[in-house]
Design a protein around this ligand. Structure first.
Ligand code: ADP
Ligand code: SF4
Length: 691
């Protein structure tokens, strides 16, 4: 389909200093969890973005020198010639698709403890490490400032050699340059501290050095916070520009591009639970009046109309995206070709951010091919053709079953997808009804839209399959995707034998009850041994029904795993504001419908809380009875009824939604293929020569 002319403006080229982007789709720097360790994985990941139509494709934050070492977080690096070769893998691939390649150089400041390099970290003043490590920085003297300028310049030269078109001066997110800007972290009394003119000196010098070194052929971008120097975070829609205007007034024309964001990650890359599309607009609007240079920002833009409004409204010149480009690397192409219904919209869950925190290649709930491009040869838009005319029966239409059916359908198999209930989507449909989780439904909706276009995929609702019915269908391959249910016996991370007698207690609920609309009466305890988002959304839901609500966890904080997705901070502050009582480090022992008994995880001391009801958020039990009975059938009548039987997704091993989508996709990709299970994918690592 030809492009709707309304969107032409998104496809206009734009000059950025000495280079020109072919369109307005700009993949801002974002972490991949592959960093300097996995250059081929990274090159494959960035390549599909360029192939998918992004005009600019950037790296993640890229360390200039061993004194900026964020280990164990896997940043990129440009320390030596080996790094140049690693990055060249990416720039070549990005250029092959007509896109520009950008690199975000970073100088760590007190954010980095240099745990691997053991260098002393450098900052404007003697500061505590801001990532919680028991290290302090050296207050930079004049020779340190000189050295850092040289290191940054050299890294920019290496970036040029690696083939980059855009190089960043990274002046936000609490790294070194922003620490010079802020009076909170810059306590100097020399010409680099004190008045604003002094505090911007280091940033100006770094921009000038970079321009002088590579500015003839490379664009110099500055990543900068629209709330720099605010003494506190502005909060949603309430920007506090502080000295932003003054800084832009002084330096607005120095770089070739301004990449504007804010310091508060939990808003900038906010979860859909708490922030909506275009959440930075209140901060960014007005920036263009302060500079003639192109401006870009992010905002989890997935709607072409919102993108249009951003550019037509004069807020930005380029549509910045990290997460939308992860969920759908082909988003620009799909807009260009008018295939709006094919856009795989980001759901704002931040599972992609976990890769950086955990030091593993990023995965995405919506896009199971993320980080698999090179190692498994998976492409987000193309799939291997079917091997035979065999038919496949998939039982259960949760995220696992939907993805398996969708991907197998695209392979060309004849697929029958059966679902017990009327509503499709399984857990995502149920969870989408909980507070703040409505965008989970995008997981279902994208797949249903795709399945509707596939005549070879049939969907049967209200078709709960029994053993005999499954055999009667006569499919050659059977995938059991029947999901899991929340346990009622206390079995979980802290109780590996469950809790004696608990399942017979009165007024005991699980998230399945709450999602089915069965709410408790009277004071209620949420016992959260799951440590992710479910505890806090259930607490919010129950509190909203008007009953006194207490959330208790054996961990030291609410939503401890949510630290990796940014759920944790906002969950806790949200519950506190709603008046939910929070109790940490207590393990449940008993509940009798009147009170619950807990044990302190440190001292074993006992305490009780009066409550009528309790909601258990512990482990989930796979719904695998059908699988086991079919397995028995296969044993008794080998090879006579079906060729293969497999359980996939939560029915196999309950986990996050991203794992369910991945399991469904993997099943589909691998069906009837020959897989070397000893060596299932290519193993990436650096093995370049030192020189
Ligand atoms: P997953 O995350 O692995 O997709 P879900 O729990 O979200 O798991 O989805 C499982 C789906 O399977 C649910 O929609 C459920 O209604 C359906 N289901 C469970 N048992 C059967 C069955 N015997 N026949 C058909 N559908 C089933
Ligand atoms: Fe969006 Fe979640 Fe994918 Fe990240 S993991 S890109 S937040 S859908």
């Amino acid at each position: 389909m030809p492009r709707d002319p309304r969107f032409d403006i998104l496809f206009e080229p734009l000059k950025i200093g000495p280079v020109t982007t072919k369109n307005r789709f700009y993949q801002v720097p974002h972490c991949t969890g592959s960093g300097w360790h996995k250059p081929r994985t990274l090159a494959g990941l960035r390549e599909v973005k360029a192939e998918g139509g992004w005009g600019v494709v950037n790296t993640e934050y890229c360390s200039i020198h061993p004194s900026s070492d964020d280990s164990p977080h896997p940043s990129a690096s440009l320390w030596d010639k080996g790094d140049i070769k690693s990055h060249a893998l990416m720039t070549e691939k990005v250029h092959a698709h007509g896109a520009l390649a950008g690199v975000e150089l970073v100088i760590g400041g007190s954010q980095m403890a240099n745990l691997a390099s053991r260098e002393v970290a450098l900052a404007p003043s003697n500061l505590m490490n801001t990532s919680g490590n028991p290290f302090q920085t050296r207050a930079m003297d004049k020779s340190d400032i000189k050295n850092v300028r040289i290191w940054h310049r050299n890294a920019a030269l290496r970036a040029k050699e690696a083939g980059f078109d855009i190089v960043y001066v990274y002046a936000t997110h609490g790294y070194l340059i922003s620490q010079f800007l802020s009076p909170r972290t810059n306590k100097r009394i020399d010409e680099y501290g004190g008045c604003l003119g002094n505090r911007i000196r280091f940033m100006r010098e770094i921009i000038e050095d970079t321009k002088e070194a590579v500015g003839d052929t490379m664009a110099v971008a500055v990543r900068f916070s629209a709330e720099t120097n605010a003494h506190k975070s502005g909060g949603d829609g309430n920007p506090i520009p502080g000295e932003t205007e003054e800084i832009l007034g002084l330096l607005g024309e120095f770089p070739d591009l301004w990449d504007i964001n804010i310091n508060d990650y939990s808003l900038e890359m906010g979860l859909s639970r708490f922030t909506k599309e275009a959440s930075l607009t209140p901060y960014v609007k007005g920036i263009k009046e302060l500079t003639s240079k192109p401006v870009v920002t992010v905002g989890r833009f997935t709607s072409p109309d919102t993108m249009l409004a951003q550019i037509k409204g004069g807020i930005v010149d380029l549509i910045g995206a990290a997460r939308p480009s992860i969920a759908d690397p082909f988003l620009p192409k799909k807009i260009e070709e008018g295939k709006f219904e094919d856009i795989r919209e980001c759901i704002g869950c931040n599972i992609c951010y976990v890769g950086d925190g955990k030091g593993v290649p990023i995965r995405c709930t919506q896009n199971p091919t993320m980080s698999e491009e090179w190692r498994s040869g998976w492409h987000p838009e193309k799939i291997n053709k079917k091997i035979s005319d065999a038919s496949v029966l998939i039982i259960g239409a949760g995220p696992t079953g939907l993805e398996a059916a969708h991907a197998l359908g695209k392979r060309g198999y004849k697929v029958m997808l059966t679902e017990a209930s009327r509503e499709l989507g399984g857990r995502v449909s149920s969870e989408a009804k909980l507070p703040g989780l409505s965008q989970w439904a995008r997981v279902r909706d994208y797949r249903l839209q795709q399945i509707e276009k596939l005549p070879n995929v049939e969907v049967f609702r209200e078709s709960r399959m029994t053993h005999d019915q499954t055999i009667e269908v006569g499919a050659e391959h059977i995938a059991i995707a029947t999901g899991a249910e929340w346990r009622r016996d206390g079995f979980g991370g802290t109780h590996l034998n469950g809790i004696d007698g608990l399942k017979h207690s009165p007024n005991l609920f699980t998230p399945d009850d709450i999602m089915a609309g069965n709410l408790p009466d009277g004071p209620t305890i949420i016992y959260d041994d799951d440590n992710y988002y479910m505890g806090s959304v259930i607490a919010e839901k129950i509190k909203a029904s008007g009953v006194p609500t207490t959330i208790v966890t054996p961990q030291d904080m609410i939503s401890s795993w949510g630290a990796y997705t940014t759920d944790r901070w906002r969950s806790q502050s949200n519950l506190m504001k709603l008046g939910v009582k929070i109790i940490c480090a207590k393990s449940l022992k008993k509940f009798n419908g009147k009170k619950a008994e807990f044990e302190c995880i440190y001292t074993n001391s006992k305490s009780t809380i009066s409550a009528n009801s309790i909601v258990l958020i512990t482990a989930r039990k796979p719904n695998d009875e059908l699988y086991h009975s079919l397995l028995m059938h296969e044993k008794n009548y080998p090879g006579t009824t079906f060729k293969s039987l497999k359980k996939i997704g939560d029915c196999d091993a309950p986990a996050i939604i991203a794992a369910a989508i991945y399991a469904g996709h993997k099943y589909a990709r691998e069906l009837e293929e020959t897989i070397d299970y000893d060596n299932p994918f290519k193993h990436d690592r650096v093995f370049f020569e030192d020189t």
